[in-house]
Ligand binder design. Structure first.
Ligand SMILES: [Fe+2]
Ligand SMILES: [Fe+2]
Length: 334
């Protein structure tokens, strides 16, 4: 049953309205302050608000309701009696949706209340529906990204969780660098695709246990550009972020990386982050061409490579909290 809140300082009006609107669950308050408190508690579907009341008048009550995030969308109908000439103007200005004049006409009152309740419900349902759909789209998006990424992963036969670990480690670095939760989440998603370009690299190169020949090595390096080319045309911001990461995750701070050989801040921050998380995880991983490194060996590698291969600031973040990074990585190990 829909809830109707009446705020009026005259008990007779409250009683009268209660009788006429007996199809609804009625709540009432005799002054504005109590009315607002009650509204917060019961979240009514419509508020019938008297204009002339001692202390807070109806306009002020309405202003306050509209400032409250939880209450601002609830329709307010003013109850009016000899309010002068411009009451409607002020009423609409403060956010009312309608007016009902005293003494009440039963049929008009019922019709207006029912119309506004229905509109309000439609609007709230629509909002919920949109929120649900958005969530669904986001989840679908996430799944599709994982799916695409895992194709590249399966092909290169890297340990199953490398992508998830790079993604979580990048998220951890981002939060430590002061990214907002939203930005860190986007990086988390986008970094999954950092090696998507490997789908275009021949298997015999990708999975060769011996050292690659010069030609093979050049071919292997192309995965950065292949990934970029696959992602850059997308209409979605997230894919552009993934494109940048794919392109720049093998660049080095000192300019000796690939494919462009750019250095320092010429490399995007997200590229520098994933460069660290990708190498951190790869070194700890067993690959077809190498054994897994010990945490100590990885730590001293990053100490040596700070300011050479890696952004010193990001390396410092990793080294300062090395245990947390190890734990985060290991928590994703099954
Ligand atoms: Fe890569
Ligand atoms: Fe990787």
């Amino acid at each position: 049953m829909s809830r109707v809140l009446i705020i009026d300082d005259t008990p007779e009006y409250i009683e009268m309205l209660g009788d006429i609107l007996s199809d609804y669950e009625i709540f009432a308050a005799k002054d504005g302050k109590k009315g607002i408190q009650l509204a917060q508690k019961i979240l009514p579907s419509v508020i019938l608000l008297d204009i002339n009341m001692p202390e807070l008048n109806g306009y002020e009550v309405c202003r306050r309701l509209k400032l409250n995030k939880e209450l601002q969308n609830i329709p307010v109908i003013f109850l009016t009696a000899n309010e002068g000439t411009n009451f409607e103007e002020i009423g609409f200005e403060v956010g009312a949706v309608d007016f009902i004049s005293k003494p009440f006409n039963t049929a008009i009152l019922r019709a207006r209340v029912s119309t506004h309740i229905n509109l309000y419900k439609l609007q709230s349902n629509l909002k919920k529906e949109v929120a649900n759909r958005l969530k669904e789209i986001k989840n679908l998006n996430k799944e599709m990204m994982y799916l695409a990424a895992s194709i590249a992963e399966m092909k290169s036969k890297e340990t199953g969780l490398h992508l998830k670990r790079v993604s979580s480690l990048s998220y951890l670095i981002a939060t430590k660098l002061g990214f907002s939760e939203n930005e860190a989440q986007e990086l988390k998603m986008a970094s999954i695709l950092h090696d998507i370009g490997k789908v275009a690299i021949p298997d015999h190169v990708l999975n060769k246990p011996e050292k690659l020949s010069q030609v093979e090595w050049e071919m292997m390096q192309k995965h950065a550009i292949f990934g970029y080319d696959m992602l850059k045309e997308s209409d979605f911001e997230l894919m552009h972020l993934a494109a940048t990461i794919s392109l720049e995750h093998h660049e080095r701070w000192d300019g000796t990386g690939y494919p462009k050989g750019i250095k320092k801040e010429e490399i995007s921050l997200v590229g520098r982050i994933v460069a660290v998380s990708d190498v951190f995880d790869s070194l700890l991983d067993k690959r077809v061409y190498k054994e897994a490194w010990s945490p100590e060996a990885v730590k001293s590698y990053f100490q040596d490579m700070s300011g050479k291969q890696f952004d010193p600031k990001i390396t410092q973040i990793l080294l300062e909290d090395f245990e947390t990074f190890l734990e985060t990585r290991n928590s994703l190990e099954i």
